[in-house]
Structures are given as structure tokens and as C-alpha cells.
Write a protein that binds this ligand. Structure first.
Ligand SMILES: O=C(O)CCC(=O)C(=O)O
Ligand SMILES: [Fe+2]
Length: 334
């Protein structure tokens, strides 16, 4: 680990963006700098109710502490094409290796009569909530509501930071954002991932636009910046934000989709709450004109793939990735 403090991930107070008062341009400039140099930043002053977060954390501990049979009652196999529900430890792979984590997948709560659900669109539908922990439903829906509002505010900052109209992303990409929300539990004790090659989540980049992560106080998140792994330790009352592949693509690589990985360095379980604020499923993803050349971090990337070679909608990109692991999510051939 480098000792140099110039590799510290920036902490940005976003209250002026969220409240729409004060100086959003100053906040946007800080976000722009962080996106160019790190692809990661912490936010404080985000306005998301701390009590709500703590209650969600409490019921999540309650859920994961149950026996496996009870948790399996909402297994992902029951979520069908909506891609919702519980997966057990080892049930998800990163680069072909099983992750040492379990979790629950949630998304926007859409009923069967919603047009996209009726059309059989993958990743759209209703959630699987645990019936034996009834509070979880309302907490998850309140939390995803608050995070969706926060996502919209941050996207205005990202628009401004690129010298675009503040509504640029809302107009072209996120009028109906694809929302994925995952609660993860990384059990303890963990093996040393450096020697045992067993990560909670192996090295990867996120697929979409913007990820907003709440991590508990355990630590263990690492970010690959300028070829070095650095720690992104928990900071009370903050969220960690990072850029996904689509924003990297749209900005010609000027905003980096930065590789990261996680393990549990403690002797108790580690919880995290990953909220993915991603483009509309049907939005065509196209680069904007930006000064300077396209920057391709293909060589730095875990998959040695270039996001700049992709063309199509966000749905095409996402399904191309996840249907390798979940073949049932392939598009229906009409
Ligand atoms: O659990 C974490 O801290 C991060 C999870 C993550 O990187 C992901 O789900 O994409
Ligand atoms: Fe991630």
C-alpha cells in the first residue's frame, strides 16, 4: 500500500448540489476532478437520513443471521427475469471465481401490468422481500427512493462538471434510470485474499453510470488507481461513489471506470449496500465530444476489454455481461 497522501480519494461535500442552493458549480468542479483522477470519491452532506440507513443495516443483519433454508425462501431462482432475490455464499462469480459473499438483489418495484414487465424485459419486475422480516420492504423502498433522488442530484453535478447543461444526463440517459440495489454480507473469518485468492468480490469495474455505496465500519474496499491498489476505508456518514463503464464510454475515458475489489479484514461479518444508478435500459450510449483524445484503460482493466468499442443501448451492454453468468436473462427473441 502506498503511504503517499496524494493518492487519498477525495471527500466532497455535496450539500449545495442536493439543496440546489449555494454554489453547485464549485461542487461540480470537485466531482469532475475526482472522476478524472480517481473515478472514485466520497460524498458527505448528502442529506440521506442516517436513522433510515441504520434501520436498514439492522434488518439486514437480522436477515443474514437466519439459517440458509429460511434465506433460500427468497432465492433468486424465484425472481425469474426480474433478477431479484437472495444468493448464497459462492453463488456469484467475478472473473470465473466464486465471491466470498452472500446478498440480496433488489430493483425498482414494478407490477406485472407495467409495460416493460408485460413485454418480458429482463431486469424489470417486482422484488422478493422476506415475509418473516416485514419491515424490510418499507426500509428498502424508502432507501432506494432516497438514493434515486441523490443519484439524480449527483448527475446534475456530473453534467455541470463536463461543461454541459445541468439536465444533460437527465434528458439523454437517466429519465427512467435502471436501479439496482444490492445488500451484501461478507462473512468472517475471511482467508487472506492475497495468498488464498478468495476475494469477497474479485477485481471488477461496475457496468453502469454511477454507484453509490454505503459500507459498514469494517473496511476492506480497495481501489486500483494509477496501477496501485489503495484502501477506501469507511468514513462515517459518507457514501463512496464510483464511475461505471458507461460514463467512461460516454466521456471518452476521461471519467474513469476504476477497478476495485473487496475482502473482509475483520473477525465479524461485513455489510455493504451498493446502489447502482444506471442509464435507462433503452438509452443508446454514445460518446460526447470532449477535448483531447479518447483515453482507453483497456490494459489496466481486469477484463482487458475496451468500453470504447461498445455501441448499443445500456440494456445491450448489461445483458451482454450478466447473461454470461445468468443465461436465463438473455433477451427474448421476438
Ligand atoms: O461491497 C462493497 O463494498 C463493494 C461491492 C461492489 O463493488 C459491487 O457490488 O460492485
Ligand atoms: Fe463494484
Amino acid at each position: 500500500m502506498p503511504q503517499s497522501s496524494d493518492l487519498d480519494i477525495p471527500v466532497i461535500n455535496v450539500s449545495d448540489l442536493v439543496s440546489g442552493t449555494g454554489n453547485p458549480h464549485e461542487v461540480a468542479a470537485k466531482i469532475g476532478h475526482a472522476c478524472r483522477e480517481y473515478g472514485f470519491f466520497y460524498i458527505i452532506g448528502h442529506g440521506v437520513d442516517e436513522e433510515l440507513q441504520q434501520q436498514l443495516e439492522k434488518v439486514s443483519h437480522q436477515f443474514f443471521a437466519q439459517d440458509i433454508e429460511t434465506k433460500q425462501q427468497i432465492n433468486m431462482s424465484r425472481g425469474g427475469r426480474a433478477w431479484r432475490g437472495y444468493f448464497p455464499v459462492g453463488g456469484e462469480l467475478t472473473s470465473g471465481k466464486p465471491d466470498i459473499k452472500e446478498g440480496i438483489y433488489f430493483g425498482a418495484e414494478l407490477q406485472d401490468d407495467h409495460a416493460l414487465v408485460k413485454a418480458g424485459t429482463p431486469l424489470h419486475g417486482s422484488n422478493l422481500f422476506p415475509t418473516n422480516i416485514p419491515q424490510m420492504r418499507e426500509l428498502v423502498l424508502n432507501y432506494t427512493g432516497a438514493m434515486t433522488r441523490l443519484g439524480h442530484s449527483l448527475m446534475t453535478g456530473i453534467s455541470l462538471s463536463l461543461g454541459l447543461e445541468e439536465s444533460f444526463f437527465a434528458t439523454h440517459y437517466t429519465s427512467d434510470p435502471l436501479i439496482l440495489f444490492r445488500i451484501f454480507n461478507y462473512p468472517a473469518p475471511s482467508l487472506n485474499p492475497e495468498t488464498e485468492s478468495s476475494w469477497g468480490v474479485g477485481e471488477h469495474t461496475d457496468y453502469g453510470m454511477l454507484t453509490i455505496l454505503r459500507q459498514d465500519m469494517s473496511g476492506g474496499l480497495q481501489v486500483k488507481i494509477k496501477s496501485q491498489w489503495i484502501a477506501a476505508p469507511p468514513i462515517p456518514n459518507s457514501f463512496v461513489c464510483n464511475i461505471g463503464d458507461m460514463l467512461d464510454r460516454i466521456t471518452g475515458g476521461h471519467y474513469l471506470s476504476t477497478p476495485h475489489r473487496v475482502w473482509n479484514p475483520t473477525n465479524h461479518n461485513r455489510l455493504s449496500f451498493a446502489f447502482f444508478f444506471d442509464p435507462n435500459f433503452s438509452a443508446p450510449v454514445k460518446p460526447i465530444k470532449i477535448n483531447g483524445q479518447v483515453k482507453d484503460n483497456k490494459k489496466e482493466r481486469w477484463d482487458n476489454a475496451s468500453v470504447h468499442e461498445f455501441s448499443g443501448t445500456y440494456g445491450d451492454y448489461l445483458l451482454g455481461k450478466v447473461s454470461k453468468v445468468f443465461p436465463q436473462l438473455r433477451r427474448k427473441v421476438l
